[in-house]
Design a protein around this ligand. Structure first.
Ligand code: UD1
Length: 341
């Protein structure tokens, strides 16, 4: 079968690496990079470290408003589909690249497969939620990471072509954690001791595009009693400059991290503070307590036993939960349940 895979943003590179490796054993894969992420540290370094084959097509779409970015991708992916005539288009996750790939294929009657189908935050103000819902509803094959995702689809009347596959991020993590531990010198380079620091990431529009929210988050980080390592997304860095926010002395703002360094820093952290969906899940798998800087999450399983907590952009809640997270121990129930998943 000829499969056209569409990727474009950092989390999709992580997800496509293990899938692509298996796919290519039996199928022909044409890899399309939309160019949504174009900085070396958000894109190329992931292809290099994860051994992802070079894209067959690089669409160079770059940044823009949601409509402009998605629209350009839609037109460009359609052209590639016309040229390659694939049997299936494969998309990952919930970004604008996901929606554009799925919609381009569905419009010309090429079957669509969606990896990470069925996740819902039930917050339609998130661009990712709109992308998830629309992608799922034009997909023919829906690969769900969790039983909750299968139930979410059923509640929307989507039951055909639904498969509970588990989460490909677990595969990526299991394959790469030993390499990360062997190769990454991030802790030493940053002068950190295991469990002696917090790791933070912030890039969601709801936090970065609201000066009060971003300020509250940075104020909370300043009040934590340990160093905070903060690999900063380009969007967030721009907002620091725009709002005149200067990180406190205990906050090390560093460039976006390559995957291996991110895994090493995550697995060594006392707790992680994040608004990323992927990082919440990675923290959960690595048994690192997570404080989520959002009011909702699509990974609801991580909340069940208090391993992950939702605190929004409320400085007092962030500080209280970060302090408490440092004290959390792994419940035997959680470990047993995860083995059964
Ligand atoms: C996108 C995804 C989000 C995902 C995230 C991972 C959507 C709607 N959002 O958000 O779900 O969690 O990727 O990182 O698809 N920029 C650069 N260099 C780059 C890429 C972006 O400077 O290589 C800047 C640009 O100013 C751009 C802004 O970051 O306007 C936002 O980038 P964009 O790709 O639109 O969304 P993300 O915030 O990265």
């Amino acid at each position: 079968m000829k499969i056209l895979s569409v990727v474009g943003a950092r989390p999709q590179f992580v997800k496509c690496a293990p899938v692509s490796r298996e796919l290519r054993k039996v199928h022909e894969e044409i890899l399309v990079h939309t160019g949504q992420h174009y900085d070396y540290l958000l894109s190329e370094v992931f292809f290099r470290d994860l051994g992802i084959p070079a894209p067959d097509y690089h669409l160079d779409i770059g940044s823009g408003s949601h409509g402009v970015q998605t629209g350009r991708m839609l037109a460009a992916v359609e052209e590639v589909i016309a040229k390659e005539e694939p049997d299936l288009v494969l998309v990952y996750g919930d970004t604008n690249s996901t929606l554009a790939g799925a919609l381009a294929a569905a419009k010309v009657h090429v079957p669509v497969a969606h990896v990470e189908a069925g996740l819902r935050s039930f917050d339609r103000r998130m661009p990712e939620e709109v992308n998830r819902v629309l992608t799922d509803h034009c997909s023919d094959i829906l690969f769900c990471p969790t039983a909750t995702a299968v139930a979410n689809l059923a509640a929307e009347g989507v039951t055909a072509g639904v498969h509970l596959t588990g989460d490909v991020m677990v595969d990526a993590l299991q394959q790469n954690l030993p390499l990360a531990k062997e190769r990454s010198t991030a802790l030493i380079d940053l002068g950190l001791s295991p469990k002696g620091y917090f790791l933070a990431t912030v890039h969601r529009a709801s936090n970065t595009d609201d000066p009060a929210a971003l300020r509250a988050i940075m104020d909370a980080f300043a009040r934590l009693d340990a160093p905070v390592v903060f690999p900063v997304h380009p969007r967030t860095r721009k907002k620091f400059a725009e709002y005149g926010i200067a990180p406190a002395a205990n906050v090390s703002v560093v460039e976006p991290l390559p995957y291996f360094d991110m895994l090493a820093l995550l697995s060594g952290a006392r707790a992680v503070l994040t608004d990323s969906g992927g990082v919440q899940k990675e923290a959960y798998i690595l048994e690192v307590p997570c404080v989520t800087l959002r009011e909702n999450t699509e990974w609801v399983e991580t909340l069940e036993d208090g391993w992950n907590v939702l605190v929004g952009a409320d400085a007092d809640r962030i500080v209280a939960e970060a302090d408490a997270a440092g004290m959390r121990v792994i419940s035997p129930y959680r470990v047993l349940r995860d083995r059964a998943l």
